[in-house]
Design a protein around this ligand. Sequence first.
Ligand SMILES: O=C(O)CCC(=O)C(=O)O
Length: 365
Amino acid sequence: MKPPAASPTATSTKRQTSLAGFFTPAGSAKKSRTEAAPRPVGRDDDDEPVAIAGPSSGTKRKLGSAEDSAVVRNIGVEEETPEERPSPTDEDTFINYPPRTHPSYRLPPRPDYNHPIPIMPPPPSLISSLRFNTSPRIITSPADLDLLYFNRFIDPSGARQLTKYLLEAMPWYRVNYRTRMGQDIKTPRYTTVFGKDATPLPWDQYPKWSPRAIPEILLRLMQKVEQVTGETYNFSLVNYYSSGTDSISYHSDSERFLGPNPCIASISLGAPRDFFLRHTEHKTNGLPVQKFNLHDGDMVVMRGKTQHKWEHSIPKRAKAEGRINITFRKGVVQYATENYLTYNVGTGPMFRWEGGKMVEKGYVG
Ligand SMILES: O=C(O)CCC(=O)C(=O)O
């Protein structure tokens, strides 16, 4: 059993507002140990084909299918009402911001590098409201599963403010794409992505897609998550599920561009949603689907063999309120940047959260 490694980084409760020293001095970056040859891979099959282009469209999943409506058997998570859920046990705040260097995220020339819209800085009240539960439950059964479950990683008051801020501050996309098999896919949720792979390729030399700097609040969260997971990351993918019809179907994040045994940290904000995991060989080994009901502020960290042996999903539901999901991952080759921008930003219009709803803003950036 692998205990969560504590980071050696010192804790600081003071907010540092200056961005001076954010840059990595030119030429100081060391070559990444994890650099590997790029290998193009297709989109992981996490979105369902939809009927937007005639014959190639696939079957649409019915809401509340038999599997989806099965009673949620939380493993490692007691059934609790929000009021009964324990408060954070280890309440500390952010560390080490802004970073001067980072082991896997090569810092951008500017903190707002390639943002399609100005992303308003997080209000100091949001920063100071964030408190963290840094004591996870370790879940290593059934076979091949290796999870850390942080009940209310972010405490409720901070989580509420963070949800509102992210909704309003982020550029959002609803990506449509065609698979190599010719299927047209409409991603059934809003997405956005920031970050750059660990290679030393300069920010302005990506031929197809230019990486976007990780905005302040996500970078702060990333550093906190690094501290409690003992891993480093360089991408933040953010999903917004506006209702129960928004979803992500069974997939694994086992792409080669994430390196072997990728660790993915996944934070939930807003309304609860079911999160299912099924073993890749469940049809032969009979392992049951593992069902969690993720609440506001919870964090699940998938590590070890989990991405290779288990698939995860957020199934559609007849009724659900808005939920944001933030993931942190580490891309080790250039293709990671291309893949994530292609499938989480795409070439379609941008949306912004205005007046309590998503408003299409056209093509920006
Ligand atoms: O929303 C979630 O909790 C899961 C998101 C996810 O699986 C992904 O972005 O790959």
